[in-house]
Design a protein around this ligand. Structure first.
Ligand SMILES: Nc1ncnc2c1ncn2[C@@H]1O[C@H](COP(=O)(O)OP(=O)(O)OP(=O)(O)O)[C@@H](O)[C@H]1O
Length: 235
């Protein structure tokens, strides 16, 4: 089963054609999405996750149509963004992780066991009773990811999840993303060393998928475009 499949997908945001007839099909477990600022990477991640609709074309994620099968998609796909504040809802750390399991039909005991195990895995046990909004940026991102992974998603869509983190927290987050479960990963990133760790990569430019496949080749094409179009000299 393909992880993601886009056929001639176009997305318009306000006055902007953020994706233009983008096509790609990849079945890798870990997929990096790379490209310049404003190229359409987040839009690609958002259309895959059903957060914005396509105005034309066909999108499949784990074989699902993200608009028509939105409820099933929400059960099987989790998101992580660069700003964890948008994802933290409940007043304490433990309550916030428990909130992620609210619709799973679990007994109270089962739920608290799952939460305790997840907090332990993420090194958050000591912070369980702390106010979730008073955590540091790195701790908040760990909490947001803990809340996402406790649902045991099949796919995690992560949009620049380490953008505001120091090297230590960035490593923690990427370890959980890459090795923290059997989930697949769609990772939007400017960090080419992370993209290189993925099984495959997608290069987006001007709203189009210009290349997809082996990360080495895709990254080389991106780097060549940086060399071919360097910044104008200063002064
Ligand atoms: N809500 C919006 N309304 C109008 N235009 C938008 C909106 N969001 C994004 N865009 C535009 O759509 C295009 C693609 O944006 P997108 O966020 O997908 O790029 P990106 O590759 O993720 O960029 P970055 O690396 O800077 O995060 C850009 O031209 C952007 O200005």
């Amino acid at each position: 089963m393909n992880t993601i499949e886009l056929k001639n997908v176009s997305v318009r945001l306000g006055e902007v054609d953020a994706l233009r007839e983008a096509s790609v099909a990849l079945d890798g477990r870990t997929i990096a999405v790379i490209g310049d600022n404003g190229s359409g990477k987040s839009t690609l991640a958002r259309v895959v996750g059903g957060l914005v609709p396509a105005r034309a074309g066909e999108v499949r994620v784990l074989g699902l149509d993200p608009v028509r099968q939105a409820a099933e998609l929400r059960r099987r796909v989790a998101f992580v963004f660069s700003n964890p504040d948008a994802q933290i809802i409940m007043p304490t750390v433990a309550e916030d992780v428990a909130f992620s399991l609210r619709d799973r039909g679990m007994s109270r005991r089962e739920r608290s066991e799952r939460v305790a195990a997840a907090l332990d895995r993420f090194g958050l046990t000591e912070l369980a009773a702390r106010s979730s909004h008073d955590l540091s940026g790195g701790q908040k991102q760990l909490l947001a990811l803990c809340g996402a992974l406790v649902r045991e998603p099949e796919l995690v869509i992560a949009d620049e999840p380490t953008a505001f983190l120091d090297a230590r927290n960035a490593r923690r987050i990427t370890a959980h993303l890459f090795d923290g479960g059997p989930h697949r990963l769609l990772l939007v990133t400017h960090d080419l060393s992370l993209a290189r760790r993925c099984e495959c990569a997608v290069l987006v430019a001007g709203g189009r998928v210009v290349l997809a496949g082996d990360p080495g080749l895709v990254i080389a094409a991106h780097e060549k475009s940086l060399d071919d179009h360097p910044l104008p000299p200063r002064g």
